[in-house]
Write a protein that binds this ligand. Structure first.
Ligand code: ATP
Ligand code: MG
Ligand code: FE
Length: 348
């Protein structure tokens, strides 16, 4: 079967087509520019943008794959977590297509999508593998077995902010453009990572080895910027960006490699928007090589939100013989990551 995947949990509208683990084509539209002047995603604007983008994006994915609507054999859609209005638009569209085409519908957990994105480039995930999810709203270390069948084990999560959130908020304080993560990455190229000694939260001997905390780092970066504002010199943004990026990459990769070693796992998969960060990729590569661990990171275009990753999960579910979702399946804006399939029922 050819699986159409639809993603609309935040500000990207994505559609992708996958068959037997192979990406046939995908398209993404973003309402990012409409949110820029507010400094963050405005839920109502995001939901309306999905209404406009959904059909063109599905059409775009079909065109790129050289396929027609009638070729679609199943529809997978993000049912959570995410912004409720945004999720509703994608789910309504997916239900309409599944009903009209008379094909099964699958609800997919957005973060399982981020994990599955890597399979489109590097093939099936080894069982088990350690996964570091680093995105705008989540930061977790996971032990993943069979993504389509088994429950996902959380080794550790962030106690406060996500890594992407830290990039985004500090970027604002540094006066960098929205969205912050890519802007910090770019600014850091001209800076020196050891110009500022930012903290490495939860890396002490008594700390939880797999838990993360980024709010203290965010505060430290804001204080550093304030001290400069009160002095006379201009803020050395490039140095601040390089040091912040180094601190985040250091903590993420140190804990991820330690988790692999402690669990006897020899594959680390780094996924989510922050996996697009150049220093996170480079340091993960360096530390995995030193530890004899195989590193897998999706190509840049599949790290941030897209429909191909949701189709990838749908394809795994189809091939695992998973039960499709009923047509009255609901959304769950705050669903914890337990299984890749997410089929909440309405509880009104
Ligand atoms: P979630 O997946 O947790 O629901 P999301 O879908 O909004 O959140 P993603 O699309 O996975 O998040 O990733 C967006 C995040 O990735 C943003 O915080 C963004 O700043 C960050 N990001 C993207 N590119 C980079 C980069 N090159 N360096 C650092 N951060 C980046
Ligand atoms: Mg986004
Ligand atoms: Fe995401």
């Amino acid at each position: 079967r050819i699986v159409l995947g639809i993603e609309s949990s935040c500000d990207e509208t994505g559609a992708g087509l996958v068959r037997d683990g192979r990406l046939l084509g995908h398209a993404v539209a973003s309402s990012m520019d409409e949110h820029a002047r507010f400094g963050g995603v405005v839920p109502e604007i995001a939901a309306r943008a999905h209404v406009h983008a959904l059909n063109p994006v599905v059409r775009g994915a079909l065109d790129r794959a050289g396929l027609r609507l009638g070729d679609i054999g199943a529809v997978a859609v993000t049912t959570g977590p995410g912004l409720s209005g945004a999720l509703q638009v994608g789910l309504a569209g997916a239900k309409g297509l599944a009903y009209a085409l008379d094909v099964p519908l699958y609800g997919v957990h957005h973060l399982a999508g981020h994990v599955a994105a890597d399979t489109l480039e590097h093939g099936p995930l080894p069982d088990p593998c350690v996964v570091l999810i680093v995105s705008g709203g989540h930061t977790s270390l996971l032990l993943v077995r069979d993504l389509a069948r088994d429950p996902i084990t959380h080794l550790g999560d962030t106690l406060d902010d996500a890594a992407g959130e830290c990039f985004d908020k500090v970027a604002r304080v540094f006066g960098l453009p929205y969205p912050g993560g890519p802007a910090v990455d770019r600014a850091a190229r001209d800076g020196s990572a050891d110009a500022v000694a930012f903290p490495r939260p939860l890396t002490g001997p008594g700390d939880d080895p797999y838990a993360f905390s980024f709010s203290g780092l965010k505060t430290a970066a804001a204080r550093w910027a304030e001290r400069h504002a009160n002095g006379d010199g201009a803020l050395p943004v490039a140095d601040g960006a390089a040091a912040l990026q180094e601190a985040i990459a250091d903590v993420l990769t140190r804990k991820a490699v330690a988790a692999c070693a402690a669990h006897g796992v020899n594959t680390l998969v780094v996924v989510g928007g922050v996996a697009a960060n150049s220093r996170v990729r480079a340091l993960a590569e360096e530390r995995c090589r030193a530890a004899g661990i195989t590193l897998r990171v999706p190509p840049l275009g599949l790290c941030t939100d897209n429909g191909a990753m949701i189709a990838a999960v749908g394809d795994l579910l189809v091939r695992a013989g998973a039960e499709p979702a009923p047509l009255d399946v609901s959304i769950d804006p705050s669903a914890p990551l337990e299984y890749a399939a997410l089929h909440p029922t309405a509880t009104v």
